[in-house]
Design a protein around this ligand. Structure first.
Ligand code: NDP
Length: 252
């Protein structure tokens, strides 16, 4: 099975890891719906790439997810590759984690992933092939110090994927999660600014702390994560199912 001509959905597909994944899938012939909250960002991302199709969708809003996916399905057919990637990464100590913060992290990272997969799978029903590859994090397989809400949300993503892989065993669908360490995107740029301000260190020192957390002492390129997603959607990975694959330069 190839991905040529298949309809892929990548949430948060206008920036960072999502955009790299969308470009990789489109580069192999998929028609990719890219979603996010900002039309201008999506339009710019899709510019000049006939395989990328912007759709505004807020993953924290169930109705928005259902409507945007229904519209994409009406235009490009059932979603056969679903990549729930949209997420927010922010760490806070427990005593500073109020309910609003907890809900923002869980609403985006976990509710959003759940609704995206549910609506995509509804369109896939009866299809002879389907791939779900969620973007979790190393914080989805190990507790990340200072980021309890984020870690809980990303562990939740891994739990969802593992359970769905069991539910759909024996069908032509597979469910996997990729779990990157620190990837060179806006999220890392924002975290560097946050660490600098909170820890009173320079931006270079803050960046070095994040680089040092990856086992190979460098930031990961978004294209490295995209390559793993592409493999999980391409021929030869059919027997990989229910896995949480760390991309962190070593064991986290
Ligand atoms: P970005 O900030 O570039 O990407 C986040 C994307 O999510 C944006 O496109 C954003 O679009 C979208 N998004 C955020 N909130 C919402 C929302 N409510 N509704 C719809 N879309 C939303 O960072 P990354 O590319 O790094 O992050 C992508 C994923 O990778 C995240 O899930 C993150 O947790 C995960 N990850 C990142 C790592 C890193 O080091 N960079 C490491 C491990 C995992 P918009 O704002 O326009 O809505």
């Amino acid at each position: 099975m190839t991905i040529e001509g298949r309809h892929a959905l990548v949430t948060g597909g206008g920036t960072g890891i999502g955009l790299a994944v969308a470009r990789a899938l489109a580069g192999h012939g998929a028609q990719v719906t890219i979603t996010g909250r900002r039309q201008s960002v999506l339009d710019e991302a899709a510019g000049g790439n006939a395989g990328l199709h912007p759709a505004v969708m807020d993953v924290t809003d169930e109705t928005s997810v259902a409507q945007a996916i229904a519209a994409a399905v009406a235009t490009r057919g059932p979603v056969q590759i679903c990549v729930p990637n949209a997420g927010v990464a922010e760490g806070r100590a427990l005593h500073k984690t109020d309910t609003a913060f907890w809900r923002r992290i869980m609403g985006t990272n976990l509710d959003g992933t759940f609704w995206t997969i549910r609506e995509s799978l509804a369109s896939m029903r009866g299809a002879d092939w389907g791939r779900v590859v969620a973007i979790s994090s190393v914080a989805g397989v190990k507790g990340l110090k200072g980021a309890a809400a984020y870690s809980a949300s990303k562990h939740g993503v891994v739990g969802l994927i593992r359970a769905l892989s069991e539910d759909y065993l024996g069908t032509p669908f597979t469910f996997n999660a990729v779990c990157p360490g620190y990837v060179d995107t806006e999220i890392v740029a924002r975290n560097i600014a946050m660490i600098r301000d909170r820890a009173g260190v320079s931006a270079d020192e803050a960046r070095a702390m994040m680089v040092g957390a990856n086992r190979h002492d460098r930031l990961i390129a978004p294209e490295e994560v995209a390559a793993a997603v592409l493999w999980l959607c391409g021929p030869g990975s059919e027997s990989v199912n229910g896995q949480a694959i760390e991309i962190a330069g070593g064991q986290f």
